[in-house]
Design a protein around this ligand. Structure first.
Ligand code: BG6
Length: 298
């Protein structure tokens, strides 16, 4: 659909479709509480600005904005696998959902929030990725909070196995100065050396960090004294959380990530990863949901 057609069918006083400066078709949601931008490419949330604040989501200046490439920053949708493909190393990292152009299927208002719903079906992905039927919907609700819900429906006659993430990149003042709470006492896998540990207290950052926390259902709080705010990351349908910062050397190795950008971002990802990967019987569905809010201090 063209931007004109999208505006005619799904536009409203608080939802506007446009082509952004990179040529991506995006929807801007703008209401009394906040403003958000979602690209149809990957159903990718690129910005969430509560009124009077700076962006809660981080975007890389080096990101690709191109057909078949993921966007670096915001909230990539990782599905139907998180990380590397379970059996085929030639497949793209974090699945194909973030590489595809999704369709808009609904928009409107629900319980005071502005919402938009996008869908991904096998017809929207390249042939080489097709392996059965599914319907995946990304529902975004915006009030003063941002809600993103990934609804996965198994519309096939066989089981659907997947891992997934709402891979949120947060905009922070300085990685060395922030803490992440909510994971105290949780077992985690340090994927850098494949060792297992138990978290003691808050998470601090002083080196490359790539951790999968297990049995996590509570909210995490990113305490950012430099920006004078706490970002609350609450969730449903997820019992694993990934905390990631590439630090310097990995940043240099990534072509779509600035060498010094690791200072200003942290990923606290709402996942179905490792032991929290899921299997849906035919007709079953699963919702992976994150609710993000920002509390300013002082
Ligand atoms: C994180 C992983 O979720 O995503 C990291 O834990 C990975 O290992 C990071 O480097 C970024 O992945 P990608 O595919 O977007 O470069």
């Amino acid at each position: 659909m063209t931007v004109q057609e999208l505006n005619a069918e799904f536009g409203a006083s608080d939802i506007h479709f446009y082509n952004d400066s990179h040529g991506l078709v995006c929807a801007e949601l703008n209401n009394a509480g906040s403003k958000a931008v979602i690209a149809l490419h990957g159903a990718h949330l690129m910005s969430y600005v509560p009124k009077g604040q700076r962006d809660v989501l981080w975007m890389s200046e080096k990101s690709y904005f191109a057909v078949g490439k993921p966007i670096r920053g915001g909230i990539p949708v990782c599905w139907p696998w998180f990380g590397g493909h379970p059996s085929d190393s030639g497949m793209p990292s974090h699945g194909f959902a973030r590489l595809a152009d999704w369709e808009v299927i609904a928009s409107g208002k629900h319980e005071g929030a502005t919402f938009i719903e996008l869908a991904l079906t096998p017809g929207l992905i390249p042939e080489k990725f097709r392996n059965g039927d599914f319907l995946v919907k990304m529902r975004v609700g915006l009030s003063s909070k941002l809600l993103a819900a990934l609804v996965i429906e198994n519309t096939d006659v066989k089981e659907l196995a997947f891992s997934a993430a709402l891979h949120s990149y947060f905009n922070i003042s300085e990685i060395a100065d922030i803490t992440v709470s909510g994971l105290d006492g949780k077992t985690f896998i340090d994927t850098l050396d494949d060792t297992v540990h138990v978290q003691k207290g808050d998470v601090n950052f002083g080196a490359e960090t790539d951790l999968v926390y297990l049995d996590t259902e509570d909210a995490c709080i990113i305490d950012d004294p430099g920006f004078g705010r706490k970002l609350k990351v609450a969730k449903c349908g997820s019992r694993s959380t990934v905390v990631w910062n590439p630090w310097k050397d990995k940043s240099v190795r990534m072509p779509d990530f600035g060498d010094e950008e690791y200072h200003s971002m942290v990923c606290v990802e709402t996942t179905n990863a490792e032991t929290d990967a899921r299997i849906l019987a035919p007709g079953e569905s699963h919702t992976l949901q994150v609710i993000i809010e920002s509390e300013t201090q002082g």
